[in-house]
Design a protein. Sequence first.
Length: 726
Amino acid sequence: MSNITGNFKKTIYHNSNNSYLIGLFKVKEASNDLDQLISKTITITGYLPDLNEIDTYILDGNITNHSKYGEQFMVTNFERVMPKEADSIVSVLSSDMFKGIGKKTAEAIVSMFHEETFDVILNNPNNLLLVKGINEKQVRVLHESLKSYQGSYEIILNLSKLGFSTKDSLKIYSKFKEKSFDYINEDIYKAYYDIDDIYFKVCDYIFLKNNENKIDLKRVRAVLIYILREITNASGNTYFYLDEIRPYLLRILNSEVSDELLLNSLNSLINLDLIVVKEDKIYLKEYYDSEIFIARRLRLLAHSKKETIKNYDKALKEIEAKNNISYNEEQQIAIKEALSNKCLIITGGPGTGKTTIIKGIIDLYQVLNNYKTKDLEENLALLAPTGRASKRMSEIAVLGASTIHRFLKWNKDTNRFQINEYNKSKVNFVIIDESSMLDTLLLSNLLKGLSTNTRIIFVGDANQLPSVGAGNVLFDLITSEEIKVIKLNNLYRQGKDSNIITLAHDINKGILNKDIFNKKEDLVFIKCKDNKVLDTIKEEVSKLKNNDYQVLAPLYKTINGIDSINNALQEIINKKSNNKKEIVINNVTYRENDKVIELSNMPEMYVFNGDIGIIDRIKLSPKKEIYIDYDENKVKYTQTMFNKFSLAYAISIHKSQGSEFKTVIMPIVKGYNKMLYRKLIYTGVTRSKEKLILIGDINALEMAINNNSEQRRRTTLDYFLKNGII
């Protein structure tokens, strides 16, 4: 680890929420490998408190090269060195930190106490009265100011000694300030409960290191929250029963927990507002509150009086002429209901005209309100859960569309939405496409950021997979029967892709007509044994002349899983070459020109979960960096971000939601086992726009279509909607 010593000069940026700082630093001394920096002023970055220009600091870290800002020193740890020279001590005491203490007074103090000045101020402040001209008020100012100043550093230092990283220590101090140790000593797991990105395992490690009693109320409480958060994310359920939680509790604690301690822990978590228990159902409080909030808001909208549309027929004829289209009865009803109701769901499978109806709703809304484009954009928001879905929506509507995260102005540093219940959006009308991908927390946050009168239209395919996040929102909204639903049944998309659409609708009905395959180029089934699937995929990919194709599979492991397919396709599409740099991350080789997929949301970079890009450049020194091109948006990934993407020659069907591809290649084998169920296969099939190639065992496809028993997510949103929770 390298280090530099010197003085802070200027703050360029400082985030008070997480203490991330960018600033200028004058180097006086440096470790041997950085001696070229001595006497230079450099840019420093890292998680640091408010530094001042008086103290001397020792900073541990490394030099990095930012693509835009050039050479920077990235700080991983810091130490403040109190000045010992007389002139430096005088500068500190006469600075703005100590109001009312001038230079002459400071010099008088230092001339009496010399290098022990700070120790006297902190520990024997009344001795300062021995200095001629010093009064009790000045003594109090000196003591309290220096104590406060010392305190923040000592707290951060001691938290680090306890076992927290400097970054986590700063987060704790930013949250609890001078009471940080009081909170941590009372219950170290409060850092896990209350602060984003401080992990249970970090707190648990520190707890176990410092406590002989491994099973107490505080730890059992924290383990329960950890289990609930993990299984909520894994299952998609919004509540659980105690018998489901017990096995996980035993596994983590490696010990039985008495019924009394378990009951006390649950009651304590209820009192701490971390969980809700209703009729034996145990919820994380944020999920219970979100379901209640969604139900109340949508019932209010759904029960609002329907609006009468003036000049509807005239306006409809105007947009039909504009779009050179003649809407049939089903489409007219959908468009009219969208502008008559405050809340509406439009659902249908592929080819049922959802996009045509969205365009009709937008155009009619504009004509009826006599809006210019600018007015339309101010009053109407087109939203989707993913970047690819919002981009497609924008192309259809010829109007700006956005992800929900971007619309709500998600702040990465605080993990909060800036559009919220205290700062609402002023839009009057929201259309949400791909609504099957909406999870409970995201919809709740969206509704908080909208006025209670904002019209909302949900558009989506209820037969697709549910959201990645917990909840079953679109399904619950429909089954509650509290919100008006327009179900589209007529097929409008015909021609080259009609066989794919027919297959999709047959799948929904539990039908497999084997004669539909291989009649035309759009729908192909290639029968082969499990051990030949990889070779067949490679062969089919080699035949494709365009790059707009995607291999989809349900599992990562097994011989025909996503990992194996990615390795096989990488070797034929992007072979190892002396002209391409490559890097190994978690036993996976990535090289320049590889196809990759983003695994998280990074709104500040305009990149979202499921976005697919190409590795443009790999830097191996002095720091490892990877630059990924997402449709001409080049994003830099540093080493700490290398877990945010993976190879994407093949991706999961879950990850493909909200996307469409010209050609989809999908292996279907019995080895996929429990992942062979109707909704999953349906979702994969409907990702194809023009051509679908299925490879493997037709009996496995039949098994999947007949299996409509995928475990339904447990939620209570539909119940709350039906029963009008007040």
